[in-house]
Write a protein that binds this ligand. Structure first.
Ligand SMILES: Nc1ncnc2c1ncn2[C@@H]1O[C@H](COP(=O)(O)OP(=O)(O)OP(=O)(O)O)[C@@H](O)[C@H]1O
Length: 539
């Protein structure tokens, strides 16, 4: 975050801008109430002290004070209510943007699922502190000191000068402390993210670790991660407490200087009791909001770190989407395409040249790890080449409207995604408007001889991997028959299938009437293709 307010939060969420205006208005009204409160208190107390009696209009004074307290309570409630609404709106916008970005780059390996979950849940929830504490205080800090300072200036200019010289020291200290805090918080966020990833990997790999009797050995790794997280958190708390102490001390000393000088001038008769009391009651109120900004900066630092990660993720995904319409000619060409996954040394694709003619059934074979799935991911628009070019009908694939391009494709992934529900629900993802008769026909054609009402759990639980592939093939067939897709993209669709089921699946692909790109190791599929090409090192 470059300044006190992250401009990206302002830009992304209209609610933030409106909320800032609201918090400045609340700040101005609060300042007016504070001045009235100090005036009433000073008048009442000085009268009692000097005259040894209640003022004639004591009921009006008391009523006024009660009204001021009620007004301040109302403003504080209003500020909190708007703050929480604003936080909810911004968090919801950011969450939607993150999920949209994720959907446009499902193969983005730079951000793991565990990082995504941390970012979307607890990370962004920490923005509550930013909106409900930090921003309201910033609104007060930008308004109250000026009005309160002005009121002090009109009453006692010497005190006003002391306030004017000491008050700016607080933001200067705050900025210095802020830099340290940001580094400490960013580190704590990174460590928490690493711990979440490590834990997610452990849970996923627990059966394997148990099978190899290595589960207990992992305790050391988790303990180490916890220790690092504890250290990072303690460092943030340490900076936070220390900075609160420094700011508190600075503000208290400044108010003390005002109090001492006013006290002396009161003794020497240079200032009246009512004016002195007015200044004494009001001076701390000038420092309070500025001091509180520093304190609440720490409450919001976690949320700001999460928002920062969210913005990087969202902007990274946006930079690569195109807008051109998909050409009618579906000749696809890979020209000298190279791609290396982030964090790896050797390229997954190295100078790949490949042409897919419209309407042809093309089989791609090659060694395991030779880059076949990567090439399909590139064709789907999930990845962009580092160098070289992927074109459709002579037009750069990256320039095409992603959503429109995917409407032309029916995809069966190597490990097809399944949603919780029934087999029919999963097939209907291919074309939600299809009838149950169409779903049954697609399942039959894909060689799936099981019931559409069969239950499917999270991640395809309840279906074997072969069954999942057939459900995915039925889904793709539905997309071609009713969704207008013109190219089947299949990653080992018949792996794990017996030969008769495989024959049914191959027949379904050929009978679909559209072109197909099939990554396969199976000779029956290669025999049915119009052409077979090889990718990666020799098979
Ligand atoms: N998300 C990823 N992050 C890093 N490296 C990856 C990732 N996905 C694949 N790779 C690497 O890229 C290379 C190509 O992988 P790819 O999955 O494209 O191969 P493949 O030809 O489809 O293999 P297989 O036939 O075994 O499915 C492999 O060396 C693999 O380890």
């Amino acid at each position: 975050m470059a300044g006190p307010i992250d401009p990206r939060l302002l830009k992304r969420a209209g609610a933030t801008g409106q909320y800032l205006v609201a918090s400045v208005v609340v700040g101005l009204l609060t300042a007016v109430l504070l001045i009235v409160q100090a005036g009433l208190l000073a008048r009442g107390i000085s009268h009692v002290f000097l005259e040894h009696s209640l003022p004639d209009n004591w009921a009006v004074l008391l009523g006024g004070l009660a009204a001021v307290f009620a007004g301040r309570a109302l403003l504080s409630w209003l500020n909190e209510t708007i703050a929480h609404r604003s936080a909810a709106s911004v968090k919801s916008t950011l969450r939607r943007d993150i999920l949209t970005a994720r959907l446009s780059r499902p193969r983005d390996s730079a951000t793991s699922s565990a990082s995504m979950v941390t970012m979307v849940t607890s990370g962004l929830d920490a923005l509550d502190g930013y909106f409900s504490k930090y921003l309201p205080q910033l609104g007060l800090a930008a308004t109250v000191p000026f009005l309160v300072g002005g009121a002090i200036l009109l009453t006692d200019w010497q005190s006003a000068i002391i306030v004017a010289f000491t008050l700016p020291l607080i933001p200067v200290f705050m900025a210095l402390i802020g830099w340290t805090t940001q580094t400490a918080t960013a580190k704590s966020f990174t460590v928490a993210d690493r711990l979440a990833n490590h834990f997610a990997d452990l849970i996923e790999g627990l059966p394997t670790l148990q099978a190899f009797a290595r589960a207990r050995a992992q305790r050391r790794g988790v303990a180490l991660g916890e220790e690092q997280y504890r250290d990072a958190t303690m460092r943030v708390l340490y900076v936070s407490f220390l900075s609160a102490l420094a700011l508190e001390l600075l503000a208290s000393l400044s108010v003390a200087v005002v109090a001492v000088t006013v006290g002396f001038r009161l003794v020497y008769g240079d200032v009246g009791l009512e004016a002195a009391l007015f200044v004494l009651v009001l001076a701390p109120e000038a420092f309070l909001p500025v001091r509180q900004v520093g304190v609440h900066f720490h409450d919001s630092a976690d949320g700001v770190a999460a928002a920062d990660a969210a913005f990087r993720f969202i902007d990274g995904a946006r930079a690569t989407s195109g807008t051109s319409p998909v050409p009618s000619d579906l000749r696809i060409r890979f020209e000298d395409v190279t791609y290396t996954y982030p964090g790896t040394d050797s390229p997954a694709l190295d100078g790949v040249d490949l042409t897919i003619e419209p309407g042809e059934v093309l089989a791609i074979r090659g060694t395991s790890g030779g880059g076949k799935s990567t090439a399909l991911a590139m064709l789907m628009g999930f990845l962009q080449p580092d160098t070289g070019r992927v074109s459709v009908g002579g037009q750069d694939l990256a320039a095409l409207d992603e959503r429109e391009w995917r409407e032309h494709l029916a995809w069966v992934a190597q490990e097809p995604g399944m949603i919780n529900g029934t087999v029919a629900h999963n097939v209907l993802l291919g074309h939600p408007g299809a009838s149950s008769v169409d779903v049954a026909a697609a399942l039959r054609d894909a060689g799936a001889d099981f019931d559409g009402e069969k239950f499917v759990g999270d991640d395809g639980e309840g279906l074997s991997s072969g069954e999942r592939r057939r459900v995915a093939l039925a889904r793709a067939l539905l997309r071609i028959r009713f969704g207008g897709a013109r190219l089947l993209v299949l990653d080992e669709p018949t792996a794990g299938l017996d030969s008769s089921t495989e024959a049914a699946a191959v027949h379904a692909v050929r009978a679909s009437g559209v072109g197909a790109v099939i990554v396969t190791h199976r000779s029956a599929v290669m025999a049915a293709a119009d052409r077979v090409v090889e990718l990666g090192a020799t098979a």
